[in-house]
Design a protein around this ligand. Structure first.
Ligand code: AMP
Ligand code: ZN
Length: 461
């Protein structure tokens, strides 16, 4: 039971040692819900879902507490609500629901906590108050700011100096700030902003900054210090750096011991992003591909490396899943064995090496095929148990092989079932010509009929 994780704080792989193995905590920054999410947005939830599965397997399902938030207060949401002339909640509910449906299609487990920012205003105000008291924050003309030079080791996650940050800071708001690197904790309301985007605070009406939302939600659900904090590589600076600044200056304790960041999903060598316009929405992909193919494709690269999203990647993922489910089908009826420790667990324990884990899963499928070829019933039962157990760790192979192989339109399925039965009836009546005719008819639309001891089944090939 040794898990190694690459810790961005240390820039190296380290043994993962939780503060309390009976209460392992994980926080991952969630989406801002103002439009439909693209496949790049799902790399973090799928990567960290795989980590969640590994931790649950290691420490026990009840011992792992995982929070992934919904950012439902943010400038882009307000802009969208004004544009459509509807309440903020109409926007955030719509896109959060779509997001949850997409997560479900990707086989992402429910998290222990799903905090929404709007439910945590008190917590945000409490942290800001502490920061003001401790003179880490000050009230300016247009809001309350965190004063970056007040924190001696600011920048230790991203390894940026104060000078870097001053140079990179946005210029428009400089007038109100003491230092260009200072960032907003609370933004006072400006004329024309909708009522439902305004909250009271000790300093004046307005709304929280994005960074303080996560600091408040993380402490509310998981505590002042957590084991692992994750997110996309783009969040390292400024978002995570600022979460650290707020939480650590307020609480006087490390916010997280391990910081993990996933690389970008690219298209043609460029980051998939709304601003570049090179996005593929998940709800569109789901029309053409099973969610499991999308998950497989996302896991096919190591999480820290960039992953290029191509048609070929998807086609390859589908072919591999067909092969895995084909092997699982051949051993499906042999039950009762207990899974061995497999190379899949070992690969994931090595900083979530999913490419190696998928290679190990393919090896288990080969074992299943060999056992089936040899009609070795005990080996078949073992192979079935191993495939299912390793699959669960990766969030794959969760369906019955027949459900995978026959997936598609329900009416169509009923039609094919009826044809397969008619063929069986013809065979029983020794009407070979009719049986062959039906088999050929099905073959012409890409359906293979398989005759076994228990009757006939079919699959799409
Ligand atoms: P955004 O909507 O750009 O703020 O992104 C929301 C979340 O998705 C953040 O955690 C980002 O790190 C992540 N994300 C956005 N685009 C990509 C991408 N192309 N590859 C991987 N993660 C991404
Ligand atoms: Zn965050």
């Amino acid at each position: 039971m040794r898990i190694q994780l690459y810790n961005t704080l240390a820039r190296e792989k380290q043994d993962f040692v939780p503060m309390d193995p009976e209460r392992v905590t994980l926080y991952v920054c969630g989406p801002t819900v103002y439009n439909y999410a693209h496949i790049g947005n799902f790399r973090p939830p799928v990567v960290f879902d795989t980590l969640f599965r590994l931790l649950r397997r290691t420490y026990g399902a009840e011992a792992v507490l995982y929070a992934r938030n919904i950012t439902d207060i943010e400038d882009k949401i307000i802009a969208r609500a004004i544009e459509e002339g509807v309440a903020l909640e109409a926007i955030t509910k719509r896109y959060a629901e779509a997001y949850f449906a997409d997560l479900d299609a990707l086989g992402v487990l429910e998290t222990t906590f799903t905090p929404w920012a709007t439910a945590h205003l008190d917590g945000m105000i409490a942290i800001i108050s502490t920061l003001v008291e401790k003179e880490h924050a000050y009230i300016a003309e247009d809001g309350v700011y965190f004063h970056v030079p007040s924190m001696a080791n600011y920048g230790r996650l991203s390894r940026r100096t104060l000078e870097d940050n001053e140079a990179g800071a946005r210029v428009e708001v400089d007038a109100a700030k003491k230092n260009p690197a200072d960032f907003a904790l609370w933004k006072f309301t400006k004329p024309g902003e909708p009522d439902d985007a305004i909250w009271d605070s000790p300093w004046g009406r307005g709304r929280p900054g994005w960074h303080i939302e996560c600091s408040a939600m993380a402490v509310a659900d998981l505590g002042e210090s957590i084991d692992i904090h994750g997110g996309g590589i783009d969040l390292q600076f400024p978002h995570h750096e600022n979460e650290i600044a707020q939480s650590e200056c307020a609480h006087g304790a490390p916010m997280a011991n391990y910081w993990m960041h996933n690389g970008f999903l690219d298209m043609a060598g460029e980051k998939m992003s709304k601003s570049l316009g090179n996005v593929v929405l998940l709800k569109e992909l789901r029309e053409d591909w099973p969610g499991e193919v999308l998950r497989f494709a996302l896991l096919s690269g190591h999480y820290r490396a960039p992953l290029d999203w191509t048609g070929e990647l998807l086609a390859q993922a589908k072919v591999t899943l067909d092969r895995l489910y084909g092997a699982l089908r051949r051993v499906w009826t042999e039950t009762g064995a207990e899974a061995d420790d497999t190379g899949v667990y070992e690969a994931l324990s090595d900083d979530l090496n999913t490419p190696n884990a998928l290679a190990e899963l393919a090896r288990l499928a080969t074992e299943a095929n060999t056992a089936a070829d040899q009609k070795d019933l005990a080996a078949m039962a073992q192979a079935r148990a191993n495939l299912l157990d390793a699959g669960e760790l990766l969030g794959l192979l969760g369906q019955e092989p027949s459900a995978w192989e026959q997936r598609g339109d329900e009416n169509d399925k009923a039609r094919i079932d009826a044809l397969v039965e008619a063929r069986l009836a013809a065979r029983l009546a020794k009407d070979w010509a009719e049986a062959d005719r039906i088999r050929d008819e099905l073959a012409a639309e890409g359906i293979e009929v398989m005759d076994g001891a228990g009757g006939s089944t079919w699959r799409r090939v």
